[in-house]
Design a protein around this ligand. Structure first.
Ligand SMILES: [Cu+2]
Length: 65
């Protein structure tokens, strides 16, 4: 499946790298795309949505439900 999340708090490429790294570590994630301008994170794979959200939150960013 694919899901796109609205993520707040990303301001530069360092943030993009942080979010990618955190989400890629979640079981079942195949790929992560981050649109910094739009504040969107698109995740492909079989990962649990709540686990992905928790990873982003744990990295210090906010996920808008
Ligand atoms: Cu940053």
């Amino acid at each position: 499946m694919s899901m796109t999340l609205d993520v707040e708090g990303m301001s530069c490429q360092h943030c993009v790298a942080n979010v990618k790294k955190a989400v890629e570590a979640v079981a079942g994630v195949n790929s992560v795309e981050v649109d910094l301008e739009a504040g969107k994170v698109t995740v492909d794979g079989s990962a649990d949505a709540e686990a992905v959200k928790a990873a982003i939150t744990g990295a210090g960013y906010s996920v808008k439900s």
